[in-house]
Design a protein around this ligand. Structure first.
Ligand SMILES: [Zn+2]
Length: 478
């Protein structure tokens, strides 16, 4: 029997606020454990939460970027569970009245567009962080807890079960990350945990529509891990189903070392969490003007930018993607493209040599003047310098910010095209290579390239090739 894979994702995104969701504690990452805490985020008796307006703005912004319907009224609930990283033994979250409902994200997988629907987007607070002694969560002697993270605003994005493979899930996450970065809602650093993902995966006979029993996979710390864990689950579940077995609904942990999923516990249902309305917070009522203020300041989406770059500048898919992923490099390209119409050439230089030189000298692209690269490309287009010289100059331009015209003049790096300068060199190679000259006279044109190469070597590649060829032929046929 052939099976179809059904995947839904739950993405958690820490919002880029300076203070926490309900108190003024700092959200700065990497501070001394338990130093960014107060009675509110520790849930001490008598403390009361106060909304962080910025967190709501960013949450609305993210929801709008995801085409999700922001609800005029939403509500907060307590999600009760007992776990050491949760100081209050409940998490303030949203249950039946989320911030936004529905939505979708269009992704492009090898040029093929796919629309992945969303179920909801809601706002909640982060839990603290457990640090386990030893390497494995399963074999730890003890754990330490850091509440610095507790109470940081967290956005949960839940997709519909629309994804069909590990590869597709990865592409979705990559595009979602880029969209959230563009929208300025999160720094999306997976290595610091500000972007995390859990996946629900089940299999069903191909052509059927009823969902099979799912497993939930947690603890995937990179997009690659998500893809690998899901591929692993497909094989595992297929094996069980093909041999007539049944899948147990459970939560699994992805083990990065063994590249396997390990069952952790039976999956909780929402009734296990005993949700009830948060009595310390009023429902969240959003005025249309508040939502509109976020909508009008959203930038062009990465997907639209990528498509526009291909259309407007005739770039290849790969080039447009790179200039979208690296947003500041793309901005630089667009500024330069206003006064230089060799778009493909420009894109190649920007993505290739310029990016390399910037990395090499550890400079952000914002510090490099786009007018300089245009000047360089024009010198190259007009045949005043050759490619190796242009590459060398670019390095200097990035380091010192000097104009290439200035550098050419200072260093005498322009092409040598004057006959007076070239003639002695031509005479020298002719004198030194009588046999080659003879074969050229006998009609072996290829031998001419050897002599051109000799002069090039003597001039460090700066001889004007057209002028040099002409002069060599003239001198040989005298
Ligand atoms: Zn606090």
């Amino acid at each position: 029997m052939k099976y179809e894979t059904v995947i839904g994702l739950e993405i958690h995104l820490e919002l880029q606020t300076r203070s926490k969701l309900f108190c003024s504690c700092s959200t700065t990452f990497g501070k001394e454990p338990n130093s960014n805490c107060c009675p509110v985020c520790l849930g001490l008796p008598g403390s009361l939460p106060v909304f962080n307006r910025r967190a709501i703005e960013l949450a609305v912004r993210a929801a709008l970027a995801l085409n999700s319907n922001v609800q005029p009224k939403s509500r907060f609930d307590r999600k009760n569970y007992f776990y050491p990283d949760l100081p209050k033994a409940y998490q303030v979250s949203q249950f039946d009245q989320p911030l936004a409902r529905g939505g979708f994200l269009e992704i492009e997988l090898v040029g093929e567009p796919r629309t992945i629907n969303l179920e909801r987007v809601h706002l909640e607070e982060e839990a603290g962080k457990l640090l386990h002694a030893g390497d494995s969560i399963l074999e730890s002697d003890y754990s330490l807890v850091d509440y610095n993270r507790a109470g940081i605003p967290l956005l949960e994005i839940v997709t519909a079960p629309d994804l069909r493979s590990g590869k597709e899930a990865r592409a979705f996450l990559e595009d979602l990350r880029m969209l959230m970065l563009y929208s300025g809602v999160s720094d999306c650093k997976m290595e610091e945990g500000s972007l995390r993902c859990d996946a629900n995966i089940s299999l069903r006979p191909a052509g059927t529509t009823i969902l099979g029993t799912k497993a939930e996979v947690k603890n995937m710390n990179s997009f690659k891990a998500v893809e690998m864990a899901l591929n692993y689950e497909v094989v595992r579940q297929e094996k069980i189903l093909s041999s007539g077995g049944t899948i147990t609904q459970e939560t699994c942990h992805w083990n990065e070392e063994t590249k396997q999923t390990i069952p952790l516990r039976g999956k909780e249902g929402s009734s296990d969490y005993r949700y009830f309305p948060e009595p310390d917070l009023l429902p969240l009522v959003l005025e249309p003007a508040f939502i509109e203020a976020q909508a009008i300041t959203l930038p062009e989406t990465p997907l639209n930018r990528r498509r526009r770059f291909k259309r407007q500048y005739a770039l290849e898919d790969k080039e447009a993607l790179l200039l979208t992923e690296n947003r500041s490099l793309g901005d630089f390209f667009e500024t330069a493209a206003r006064s230089y119409s060799g778009y493909r050439n420009l894109a190649n230089w920007v993505q290739g040599d310029l990016q390399f030189q910037l990395r090499d000298s550890e400079k952000p692209v914002e510090e490099f003047n786009p007018a300089l690269i245009i000047e360089l490309l024009e010198l190259l287009d007009q045949g005043k310098i050759n490619r190796p010289v242009a590459k060398e100059l670019l390095g200097e331009m990035v380091r010192s910010g000097t104009s290439p015209l200035q550098l050419v003049a200072d260093k005498g790096l322009g092409l040598i095209s004057s006959r007076e300068q070239l003639l002695p060199l031509v005479e020298k190679v002719i004198a030194e290579n009588p046999e080659v000259v003879t074969s050229i006279r006998q009609g072996k044109d290829k031998a001419l390239a050897f002599l051109v190469g000799r002069v090039m070597a003597m001039t460090g590649g700066r001889a004007d090739p057209a002028e040099l060829n002409l002069l060599l032929k003239e001198e040989i046929n005298k």
